[in-house]
Design a protein around this ligand. Structure first.
Ligand code: SAM
Length: 473
């Protein structure tokens, strides 16, 4: 038997199968124990989070009244920590060359039906200009794993190109990176290149399933993959984003694993994950999601989001365009703080006139333009934010977390959201979006707590009208 130890650096000790199984048994035994459920909800109200056992009890509980309490609390915690801001980003696919054999991903090496493509620096430039012209300021770069075609030097060149492009009033101010698990040395290089968050999905925390789903290639190594965030932190990256690809294995197992991973990072590095992503397996070339028999209903998916929100209140939550507008609306309400918009999941998909599908990583379920997504968010009462200030001001890792935990982050985030939204309205919005946005900004200025900050924001909004850009607190 392998002993559970959140402080260990060995994958199977901090993501411990025995502990997860014991957690699920505990959750089953207590899901109708309403006294305990109440106690856990009361603890969650302190906004200091829950451990994987407590959160698993709430996830298992099917008492309707209690579920409503959990949802209401998730919504309230989200409001308290993130206000009504939603941070916007877009994925940028650099290359679909891949040497792995992931059974759920169309980029797997044996797939001969998709053309393989890797962007040249000239093509990266075209993609970035197209993204800037939509209004994006924050990207997540994506690539398959291929040491020959996509070595770290290629990724670093792309990051350099992305940051160097200043087209009209556009700029990409934060590049997050979603590439395969790598070495401490390579993480250090990514850090030096000025990346924001390093994102790596665990796919599944269940070791046996993991090995089955990744039969070939370097990704087959469960320990190397699971320990990647520790190496990233050792390499100096202090904002890391974790996630599970829901649908591959049993969601309750994954949920407990995800929280144990967060607890491990907090225990070892003093800072939990910056973000948690909740992707679900989607149809893609060569991939039929029904081949994986662990798909979960939209209702359960939303419940997972609500339970994550109250278990790790200070961790951002990301939802992509894998989900439909309807699911996105519900899950945003329950806790998501960051969404993609206007996304293309194909290599070279932004600059192409005709939308190419043949290199897509998965089918997108929300096909609206960024302007349409921004418009929709504002109509639903949210402030779409293009802010990238925290990381550029050095508010990362434990500095970010301590500000976030004390609620201080709102004094910067709210005004920054308004100023970056104003930039979007001036440079990229349709007339209708502009009109709604201007009204929203006017209304939301009143929600800035400090008079002095209010005054500065008003001055800066005028400056933005007059062509100046990139103000931040
Ligand atoms: N190749 C890198 C790696 O191995 O981690 C990461 C980049 S990959 C382009 C990004 C993520 O897309 C994967 O981690 C996986 O969770 C997700 N993905 C792959 N196939 C998918 C599918 N059919 N539906 C939904 N998401 C998928």
């Amino acid at each position: 038997m392998i002993k559970y130890d959140p402080k260990s650096l060995v994958a199977e000790e901090f993501i411990n199968d025995e502990e997860i199984k014991a957690t699920l048994e505990y959750a089953d035994a207590n899901k109708d124990n309403l006294e305990l459920v109440d106690k856990i909800i009361e603890k969650a109200k302190e906004r200091k989070g829950l451990n994987h056992r407590e959160a698993s009890v709430l996830l298992a509980c099917d008492n309707e009244e209690k579920i409503k309490e959990i949802y209401d609390l998730a919504e309230q915690i989200k409001k308290d920590f993130y206000g009504n801001r939603i941070v916007m980003f877009a994925p940028l696919y650099l290359s679909n060359y891949c040497v792995n054999g992931c059974l759920y991903c169309p980029y797997h090496q044996k797939n001969k039906t998709i053309p393989r493509k890797k962007l040249t620096q000239e093509e990266v430039k075209k993609e970035v200009i197209a993204l800037q012209d939509m209004g994006h300021k924050r990207l997540a770069i994506e690539a398959g794993e291929d040491p020959v075609n996509n070595p770290i030097e290629y990724i670093l060149d792309c990051i350099k190109t992305i940051y160097s492009i200043k087209h009209k009033n556009g700029a990409i101010r934060r590049v997050n990176v979603n590439i395969a698990a790598t070495t401490v040395e390579n993480y250090r290089k990514l850090k030096e290149a000025g990346i924001g968050t390093y994102i790596l999905f665990q796919e599944t925390y269940h070791k046996e399933s993991y090995e089955y789903l990744h039969p070939t290639g370097p990704k087959h190594n469960y320990a190397y993959h699971t320990e990647a965030m520790d190496r990233a932190m050792e390499g100096g990256i202090d904002d890391v984003g974790i996630g599970v690809l829901f649908g591959l294995d049993k969601y309750r197992y994954e949920f407990a694993g995800l929280l144990m991973h967060a607890e491990h990072l907090e225990a070892v590095h003093g800072v939990g994950p910056h973000t948690i992503s909740v992707p679900r397996v989607k149809h893609a070339d060569d991939i039929d999601p029904t081949d994986f028999d662990n798909s979960l209903s939209d209702e359960m998916f939303c419940k997972i989001a609500a339970c994550i929100r109250i278990a790790v209140p200070y961790t951002g939550m990301i939802i992509s365009t894998r989900e439909t507008p309807k699911v996105r609306e519900e899950i945003i309400r329950l806790g998501v703080s960051q969404i993609s918009g206007g996304s293309r999941t194909s290599v070279g998909g932004y600059a192409e006139e005709e939308r190419p599908h043949d290199t897509e990583q998965f089918d997108v379920s929300d096909n609206r333009t960024l302007d349409e997504v921004v418009n929709w968010l504002m109509r639903a009462g949210y402030i779409p934010s293009f802010c990238t200030a925290c990381y550029r001001e050095g508010r990362t890792g434990d500095r970010f977390m301590s500000l976030c935990k004390s609620g201080q982050i709102q004094n910067c985030c709210h005004p920054n959201a308004l100023m970056t939204l104003k930039e979007f309205l001036m440079d990229y919005a349709s007339p209708d979006t502009k009109k709604i946005g201007e009204e929203l900004i006017e209304k939301e200025i009143d929600n800035i707590g400090k008079e002095k900050v209010k005054e500065i924001v008003r001055e800066r909004l005028v400056k933005i009208e007059n062509g100046e850009r990139d103000f931040r607190f």
